[in-house]
Design a binder for this molecule. Structure first.
Ligand code: NDP
Ligand code: 13P
Length: 320
C-alpha cells in the first residue's frame, strides 16, 4: 500500500502513475470537500484535469485510515509540511516518510528532509525529487527521478516500490544535496522567467542558469552535500527543466514579473518563499548568493527588474 498525502497536481499524478503499475494507492486531501469531489468525479478537476483516477486509487480524508505498513509520500507544498507533521505527529511516529516537496521552510530555513527529522525524530525521512512535471508523469511520459534516503536498505526498498515502467528512479544517500537542489532551482527558475519576460535575452538566461548552479552548489556543498548529487537529476536536471519550460509555474511566475503582469495567487510558486528562506540561511552561513538576493529584493519590491540586473552586473569582477 502507498499513501500519498496531498492531492494537488503532483500527489495526484504520482498516485495515478503508481496505481497504473498495480497495487493499492490512497490519496489523502486535507479538505473533505476535495475528497468528496475526487470520489464523485474520479478526477482532480482543479489541479490535474483530464486524468482519470484508476479504480485502485482511493481518496481518503482521515489519516487514521492510513495502514501501518503503508509507504507515505508527502506531496504538500513546502510551507505547509511542518504544520502537517506537527499537527498530526501521532500518525507519523517511526514511519518512513518520503517528501515530494521542493523548498525551504520560511521559519526554520531548512528543507523537507530536515523538516521531517525535526518534527518527527523517530521517522525515517526520504525525498523523491528531480525533473518531472505532474502532467508528464500522469500521462505516462518517460521520467527519471532521484530517491534520497540516508538508510541504504530503506532507500533500495523505496526505489523498488516507486519505480514504474515510465518512471525510472535513481538512488542516493545524499539527502542534503537532493533536498537543496530541488529547493534552490526554483529560485533560479523565477530569475530566468524574469529575464525572458523582460526580453533580456537567452544569453542572460544561460548566464543565470550557470551562475545559479554555482550558487546552488555553494550552499549545498557547505552543508555537506556531494557535488555529484548537484550534478544529477535533483540538481542540474531539475534546474534545466524548470528554467527552460513554460510548464514550470516558477518560470511562468518570473515571466509575469518580468512583463509587469499580475500572477494568479492560487498557483503554487515554491521559489518565492524559498528565495527568502535561502537568503536568510545564506546570511547565517556567511555565503554569497547574489541571484537569490536579487530575486528576493525584486519580490519584496525593493528593486525593479533593471535594478535587479544592475545589482548582479555591477558586482566586483572575480574568477569563475
Ligand atoms: N506540480 C508539479 O509538476 C510538481 C510539483 N512538485 C512539488 O510538489 C509539491 C506540491 O505541489 P503541487 O502538487 O504541484 O501543488 P498544487 O498547487 O497542485 O496543490 C497543492 C495541494 O496541497 C494542498 N494543501 C494546501 N495546504 C495544505 C495543508 N495544510 N495540508 C495538506 N494539503 C494542503 C492543496 O489543497 P487546497 O487546494 O485545498 O489548498 C492542494 O491540493 C510542491 O512542493 C512542488 O514543488 C514536485 C514535482 C513536480
Ligand atoms: O518541480 C517541478 C518540475 O520538476 C515543477 O516545477 P514548478 O513547481 O515550477 O511547476
Amino acid at each position: 500500500m502507498i499513501s500519498v498525502l496531498g492531492a494537488g497536481a503532483f500527489g495526484t499524478a504520482v498516485a495515478v502513475s503508481l496505481a497504473r503499475n498495480g497495487g493499492s494507492v490512497q490519496l489523502w486531501a486535507h479538505d473533505p470537500a476535495h475528497v468528496e469531489a475526487l470520489r464523485q468525479a474520479r478526477e482532480n478537476v482543479l489541479r490535474l484535469p483530464g486524468v482519470p483516477l484508476p479504480d485502485n486509487v482511493e481518496p481518503i480524508e482521515r489519516l487514521d485510515d492510513v495502514p501501518p505498513e503503508a509507504v507515505i509520500l508527502l506531496a504538500v507544498p513546502m510551507q505547509t509540511l511542518r504544520h502537517l507533521l506537527q499537527d498530526n505527529a501521532e500518525h507519523f511516529l517511526a514511519r518512513t516518510l518520503v517528501a515530494c516537496c521542493k523548498g525551504m521552510d520560511l521559519k526554520t530555513h531548512v528543507g523537507p528532509v530536515q523538516t521531517i527529522s525535526d518534527c518527527v525524530p523517530t521517522a525515517m525521512p526520504a525525498i523523491l525529487t528531480g525533473p518531472s512535471f505532474a502532467a508528464d508523469i500522469a500521462h505516462g511520459l518517460p521520467t527519471a527521478l532521484t530517491l534520497a534516503c540516508r538508510d541504504e536498505r530503506v532507500g533500495k526498498a523505496l526505489q523498488q516500490s516507486l519505480t514504474t515502467p515510465n518512471l525510472r528512479i535513481y538512488r542516493t544517500t545524499d539527502t542534503i544535496g537532493a533536498e537543496l537542489g530541488g529547493a534552490l532551482k526554483n529560485v533560479i527558475a523565477i530569475a530566468c522567467g524574469v529575464v525572458i519576460g523582460a526580453r533580456l535575452g537567452d544569453s542572460a538566461r544561460a548566464a543565470l542558469m550557470t551562475r545559479g548552479y554555482a550558487e546552488m552548489q555553494r550552499m549545498a556543498l557547505r552543508l555537506g552535500a556531494k557535488p555529484e548529487t548537484l550534478a544529477g537529476l535533483s540538481g542540474f536536471g531539475d534546474l534545466a527543466l524548470t528554467c527552460t519550460s513554460e510548464g514550470s509555474r516558477n518560470f511562468r511566475f518570473g515571466l509575469s514579473l518580468g512583463q509587469g503582469e499580475p500572477f494568479d495567487t492560487d498557483v503554487t510558486v515554491e521559489g518565492a518563499a524559498t528565495a527568502r528562506a535561502a537568503l536568510a540561511r545564506a546570511r547565517e552561513l556567511g555565503i554569497e548568493m547574489p541571484i537569490t538576493g536579487a530575486v528576493t529584493a525584486l519580490l519584496d519590491g525593493q528593486v525593479d527588474v533593471r535594478q535587479a540586473m544592475d545589482m548582479l552586473l555591477s558586482r566586483p569582477l572575480k574568477d569563475e
